[in-house]
Design a protein around this ligand. Structure first.
Ligand SMILES: Nc1nc(=O)c2c([nH]1)NC[C@@H]1CN(c3ccc(C(=O)N[C@@H](CCC(=O)O)C(=O)O)cc3)C=[N+]21
Length: 284
């Protein structure tokens, strides 16, 4: 193995201890930060993620308000719950776990969340703030991926970054964050004919497509930083990313594992955004 492992669990521990200090300071002033986490339905993967989020809150001194609803909850009832949480001064962040049941429009739900509590950074306004270079809430997965890249100590300025995937939650905001850091950014996707042509020129590759083995060793420039956002489940039930880890680790300079890379950082940045929201509320 030539690549250095970028340890998302270790970086998370470090950042979460800073979160815990900020949470304690707010709590001492009578403003304990609070995150509402809403889960609708029985998706087993969602249940695992939500449990991890609630546990991360507890470990950092952030109060979690966990609400679980049956899959037949009406859209109107969910919107009414969000209105109530918007008005609750003890709630600083609101996260509605995706995906939602088909009869609920996720856009309506996301736009119902007060911008000041949009700690997922999923709303049109938060996306616009990112686009405009204003400091709103950054979506947690790309925000955490930036922290992982920064943790290598390598400068991002002037580097060629290739993002694989163009989702609203990861690919697009990731490209904007890399641009903001003065990288030269190429965005590729399922319609890109020769993916390897692009990735072989990349100093930084962020793989976020949701398909195992999308990035293989022959597609990576020696010494590159490789960030694997994918979460795929293999036939044996084990998790794997979008990157062929075993092959790529022999070529890359740095690489994130799955699990233990981007996943824990997504939750960490959710805590960071929640603390930020609580500090802003306390300053008002
Ligand atoms: N409103 C909303 N916000 C989200 O941020 C959101 C969402 N909906 N829906 C689903 C995706 C997925 N997601 C993950 C978070 C943590 C891990 C994570 O901690 N993964 C561990 C492994 C966990 C395991 O073993 O299953 C790791 O990579 O080490 C994974 C995935 C957040 N999401």
């Amino acid at each position: 193995m030539t690549a250095q492992l970028i340890d998302g669990n270790a970086l998370s521990r470090q950042l979460r201890s800073e979160v815990a200090q900020r949470a304690a300071a707010l709590t001492a002033r009578g403003h304990q930060p609070g995150l509402a986490v809403i889960l609708v339905g029985e998706d087993p993967a969602s249940a695992v993620y939500v449990r991890n989020k609630v546990k991360a809150c507890e470990d950092s001194g952030v109060r979690s308000i966990f609400e679980k609803y049956d899959a037949d909850l009406s859209e109107a009832a969910l919107l009414a719950r969000i209105e109530a949480l918007n008005a609750d001064p003890a709630v600083h962040g609101i996260l509605v776990q995706m995906p939602l049941p088909k009869h609920i429009d996720p856009h309506k739900v996301i736009e119902a969340i007060a911008t000041s509590k949009d700690v997922d950074g999923y709303s049109v306004l938060s996306a616009g703030e990112l686009m405009a270079g204003l400091d709103g809430f950054r979506p947690c997965t790309p925000y955490g991926s930036m922290k992982l890249i920064e943790s290598t100590g390598q400068s991002i300025k002037g580097k060629h970054a290739v993002v694989i995937g163009r989702s609203n939650t990861v690919g697009k905001p990731m490209a904007l964050l890399l641009l903001q850091a003065n990288a030269t950014v190429t965005v590729t996707h399922s319609g890109t004919p020769d993916l390897g042509y692009h990735t072989r020129q990349a100093d930084i590759v962020v793989a976020a497509v949701g398909r195992a083995n999308t990035l293989t060793a022959d597609m990576v420039k020696p010494g590159a930083i490789v960030i694997d956002v994918g979460i795929n489940r293999k036939a044996d039930g084990k998790l794997c990313g979008d990157v062929d880890f075993e092959g790529v680790k022999e070529v890359a300079g740095w690489i994130t594992p799955v699990p233990g890379g981007v996943g824990p950082m997504t939750i960490t940045m959710l805590l960071v955004n929640t603390i930020e929201a609580a500090e802003r509320a306390a300053a008002r």
